[in-house]
Design a protein around this ligand. Structure first.
Ligand SMILES: Nc1ncnc2c1ncn2[C@@H]1O[C@H](COP(=O)(O)OP(=O)(O)OP(=O)(O)O)[C@@H](O)[C@H]1O
Length: 268
């Protein structure tokens, strides 16, 4: 296993024995003269829900896009399932992509397609299945995420915000991925809808052994759904660990985020 990424020394020893699904080492991303990430390192372990948090504009989405290979790195390496993304041929890359599910911010469903058709987009791209089987598989995903069966035949504009999130999650799960990347999945949901969504994600992890990488600003999600939290700041992972580690951190941003006024209100 590669050297441990930056942290505040609170990383539990048990992580050393866990399987690393995603490993970023010394990753730098720059846009022209502007550096967004510098020497960032991070591990994500199989079967965990990792919450990824940081100030607005700190580079969370940029890192997510770099992990997915949508943004080029200036330096460093990113390995998924022990494979360095940079050294894969087209076929290997396709096999790897099939193991990843992505739910972009605001769902990003195709508005002209029904929920069922949206879920089938990755199936059509990567699999060659008969239509009836694809319909059956997509309906299973609809049920899996707790949507009523008739939602499958609706278009995104006919759904509530919470239903759109679930439909987007169903699409992210279309190929039974090993890891899902969720970009602010609870933004725009009311607290009950957000808690329900967190519960659903935790259920997926428990029943399917899914690994979840969740970019979020939602303090409730971080405190209740995430096994570990990584904080992005100063262009790298400033602190990573459990909620308890966050509560004990003296890093100013972490302290004001997890022990500031808003956090205390939630705690009460
Ligand atoms: N394609 C790009 N070209 C130039 N700059 C970019 C590009 N993409 C992102 N940036 C810059 O990178 C920085 C980090 O952006 P990013 O969207 O990753 O922040 P974030 O942490 O996800 O913010 P938020 O929490 O508000 O979504 C910003 O300053 C943004 O302007």
């Amino acid at each position: 296993m590669a050297a441990s990424p930056q942290n505040d020394g609170a990383e539990p020893a048990q992580n050393e024995r866990r399987e690393v699904v995603l490993s970023a080492r010394d990753v730098s991303v720059r846009f022209g003269e502007t550096s967004v990430l510098e020497n960032l390192s991070l591990d994500v372990y199989r079967g965990e829900i990792l919450g990824f948090v940081g100030a607005s504009g700190s580079g969370k989405s940029v890192l997510l896009r770099a992990i997915l290979g949508l943004v080029p790195k200036a330096a460093g390496s990113i390995c998924l399932f022990d494979k360095d993304l940079q050294h894969l041929d087209e076929h290997e890359r396709m096999l790897l992509d099939m193991r990843l599910g992505v739910m972009f911010q605001h769902g990003a469903l195709f508005s002209a397609l029904t929920v069922l058709e949206n879920i089938q987009v990755p199936m059509r791209e990567y699999l060659d299945l008969p239509k009836a089987l694809m319909n059956e598989l997509a309906l299973l995903k609809v049920e899996l995420v707790g949507l009523p069966r008739d939602a499958a035949y609706k278009h995104p504009y006919e759904l509530s915000g919470g239903m759109i999130k679930r439909a987007a999650l169903a699409r992210a799960l279309a190929l039974d991925p090993d890891i899902v990347f969720l970009d602010e999945p609870t933004s725009g949901l009311d607290p009950i809808g957000a808690a329900d969504f967190d519960e659903l994600v935790a259920k997926m992890r428990d029943t399917m052994g899914l690994t979840v990488y969740m970019v979020t600003h939602d303090l409730d999600s971080l405190l209740t759904a995430c096994d570990r939290i990584a904080v992005l700041g100063k262009k790298r992972v400033l602190v990573e660990g459990t909620v308890d580690d966050m509560m004990q951190s003296e890093e100013p941003w972490v302290k004001s985020y997890f022990r500031g006024k808003r956090a205390r209100r939630i705690d009460r």
